[in-house]
Design a protein around this ligand. Sequence first.
Ligand code: IMP
Ligand code: MG
Length: 177
Amino acid sequence: MTAPAGIERVLFSEEQVAARIREVAGEISQKYRGRDLKLIAVLKGAVFFLTELARAIEIPVKIDFLAISSFGGGAPGMVRIAKDLVDPIQDEDVLLVEDIVDTGLTARFLLQTLAGRAPRSIGICTLLDRTVRRIVQVPVDFRCFEIPDRFVVGCGLDYKQLYRNLGYIAVMHPDKS
Ligand code: IMP
Ligand code: MG
């Protein structure tokens, strides 16, 4: 299959992504063995990762979703909850599922917000981690891939809402990103 225009190169192939998600699902199943786990995905990007992860986890899982929107002219970290969870998370083991942790500002806001609802535990699982751009420290419990400082798309990640459905992770051409 030829890559669409705007894609510079494939960073992780569909096979690599699938294999790594299965590995991480194994680690998660082991850590929470004997318990039920609630996976919370941030719309829209993390949905693709969540479904693949959930299918590979071997303990009982529940899922829920939230959406955020930015305010303050798009300054990093200025986010609020635009669509909240359907169910409470009190006394539950919660894993926040993210497509990418970049500056860490979004993840920190969500962690703090959810921690205030008295879950039994809360952790973060991210498909991609770009630690070189971190502004605030967030405890990432599970990560599939560490990535370089380049804009990436695919596996749920978008550029202007496109490319989410690519099965692989790709670096955008610099002119486009
Ligand atoms: P943070 O608050 O800087 O950690 O931003 C995380 C959010 O920014 C992610 O959930 C993505 O929606 C978006 N984002 C950051 N880097 C990329 C990228 O390389 N490709 C696509 N979206 C990105
Ligand atoms: Mg996005």
